[in-house]
Design a binder for this molecule. Structure first.
Ligand code: PEP
Length: 256
């Protein structure tokens, strides 16, 4: 982390877990253990039906609520989809885009790019996910692959909006597997992402962008991962479902 230049962000990704009632219970517990002092930015990205309960519960706090996806179109005949302006109206601040689980369902870099542009136009903070498979890592093409995902995902994002984007490096082999990238492995890729941003947008913006690591981050490994200079926070799946564990990760980020 480098707090001098950029925000530290701890974001939870609940995926397809918890009902609205369970959301209310989680938020009540989370609020009861929230420290009083200064905090890093904390986001909870929850299933669409849980957004109203989450927003209501966190209204008076500094926790931002987010969605896990949005459609790139403004409105229309897209049954089952949710537009960015609907998320804003529902009280969302963040939206996760390009998660590997959605890419596995067929989402392309071009789709992710269209969603990033729409999210920014509507005032949402996109958390754009990138990451390599185990096969790609073993082939030695991690950097090349992620550079492509970043360039295509951010195509057309203007300089005055790029600072709003959060990038999450999530090696696919580490998501939900209990296999965490070592701090050195995670730092190496996060540093290379910052280099790509530097080439695209210049040094000042590269220094200001928050890059998160995600992939089996938990209350035990968070300290070492967050101690790396180019890792500015975490995107947390499994451990964000437990209020106590998620708070431990937030505390790890606050101590760094
Ligand atoms: C994720 O879904 O973004 C994620 C990182 O999951 P987990 O923490 O469970 O590996």
């Amino acid at each position: 982390m480098n707090r001098k230049y950029r925000k530290t962000v701890i974001a939870g990704n609940w995926k397809m877990n918890k009902t609205p009632s369970e959301t209310k219970e989680f938020m009540t517990e989370f609020k009861s253990i929230m420290p009083k002092g200064r905090w890093c930015d904390v986001a909870l990205c929850v299933p669409a039906v849980c957004i109203p309960a989450a927003v209501r519960a966190m209204r008076e706090t500094r926790i931002g609520i987010g969605a896990e996806n949005c459609n790139a179109n403004a409105s229309g005949a897209y049954t089952g989809e949710i537009a960015a302006n609907m998320l804003v109206d529902a009280g969302c601040k963040y939206v996760i885009l390009g998660h590997s689980e959605r890419r596995a369902m067929g989402e392309t870099n071009e789709d992710v790019n269209a969603k990033v542009l729409t999210a920014l136009e509507n005032g949402l903070v996109p958390i754009m996910c990138v990451g390599e498979s185990l096969e790609q890592r073993e082939q030695g093409i991690t950097e090349e692959w992620i550079t492509m995902q970043i360039k295509l995902g951010l195509a057309g994002v203007p300089e005055d909006k790029i600072r709003k984007v959060i990038i999450a490096y999530e090696p696919i082999w580490a998501i939900g597997t209990g296999l965490t990238a070592t701090p050195d492995q995670a730092e190496e890729v996060c540093e290379s992402i910052r280099t790509v941003i530097r080439k695209l947008y210049g040094a000042k913006i590269a220094r200001a962008i928050s890059i998160l690591y995600g992939g089996s981050m938990n209350e035990k490994n968070a300290y070492d991962l967050l101690a790396q200079p180019d890792i500015d926070g975490g995107l947390i799946g499994g451990a964000s479902l437990d209020a106590g564990k998620f708070m431990d990760i937030v505390n790890a980020a606050n101590q760094g």
